[in-house]
Design a protein around this ligand. Structure first.
Ligand code: NAP
Length: 277
């Protein structure tokens, strides 16, 4: 049942080039059995032949997909030790004009998605009085700026859910960890631009088009932290006997944490300059 006493780690959103893929490799390097999942196995093809990985297709928008994968993993290994809710989507556009369908889809992926996984794995973890749940939020939620309001709101919601889960699940021996990445190199900028092309033409905000597009790539500048470096530190924190309630790392993570504590008029002033909006 248990593969050589290894911890079984289930991660969502493990497509190559992203944080989930780097986390999968970092957990495997720490002797974990990794259930790497993504919407399509092709996106994780490089992990296929390595026995440290068990690849599964999982769409966090689908209740059936989540239930199927969790049942398969519990049947195969007998348990899930760590769940990492990493899958997520960025979304850019002005709040006054963005289609509500884009808002709903972002929340469905970034908020309801993790909750689908949490509700599926908790019965198994609680029955063993052991487990860890890692929710990947974002440092951006600590100082929301223009053009990414839908995304930062979804991550703020996830942070709040995570804080409540930590208190509610401690009764069952389950640790819950909020991971807030700074700016980490991944596919997130390209993914959001692909969705952005489906947005309607802005009306009031047409003159801000270039700034809105620039927001899509804000986390992908030359100083962004490599995903491998971020993943290594995150995995070290998660695998501690007593993992931290909050773990943040990566380019701009300290600056954003400081921003969170600033008076709003100062924060707004800094964001206006930084984001040119
Ligand atoms: N990169 C950063 O600077 C940064 C900063 C703060 C927080 N984060 C968070 O870190 C996490 C990983 O993002 P990333 O930067 O690595 O972006 P990424 O490279 O775009 O990876 C996102 C992953 O989520 C998957 N995904 C999207 N919708 C999904 C769905 N419905 N079901 C299952 N998987 C789905 C994507 O799959 P496909 O390949 O099929 O699209 C991809 O594997 C996200 O939660 C993101 O919000 C990133």
């Amino acid at each position: 049942m248990e593969p050589d006493g290894k911890e079984v780690v289930l991660i969502t959103g493990c497509s190559a080039g992203g944080i989930g893929h780097a986390l999968a490799r970092a957990f495997a390097a720490k002797n974990c059995q990794v259930v790497a999942t993504s919407r399509s196995k092709v996106s994780m093809g490089d992990l296929e032949q390595d026995p440290r990985f068990f690849l599964q297709e999982l769409d966090v928008l689908s209740h059936d997909s989540v239930q199927r994968v969790v049942s398969t993993v519990v049947e195969k290994y007998g348990h899930i030790d760590v769940l990492v809710n990493n899958a997520g989507v960025q979304c850019v556009g002005p709040l006054a004009e963005i289609p509500l369908s884009a808002l709903q889809r972002t929340f469905d992926t970034n908020v309801y998605g993790p909750m689908r996984l949490v509700q599926a794995v908790v019965p198994h973890m609680a029955s063993r009085r052991k487990g860890k749940i890692v929710n990947v939020g974002s440092i951006a939620a600590l100082a929301p700026g223009p053009w990414a309001g839908v995304y930062t709101a979804s991550k703020a919601a996830l942070h709040a859910l995570t804080d409540t889960l930590r208190l509610e699940l401690r009764h069952f021996g389950i640790d819950v960890i909020n991971v807030a990445p700074g700016a980490i190199r991944s596919n997130i900028g390209n993914a959001v631009i692909a969705n952005y092309s489906q947005m309607p033409e802005w009306k009031l905000y047409k003159p801000f088009e270039a700034a809105i597009r620039a927001r899509a790539h804000f986390s992908q500048g030359t100083k962004s932290t490599p995903s491998e470096e971020f993943a290594k530190k995150t995995v070290a924190a998660v695998l501690k006997k007593n993992p931290p309630a909050w773990f943040s790392s990566g380019h701009l993570s300290t600056a954003m944490a400081v921003m969170y504590h600033l008076p709003l008029f100062i924060r707004d002033f800094i964001i206006k300059i930084a984001m040119k909006g």
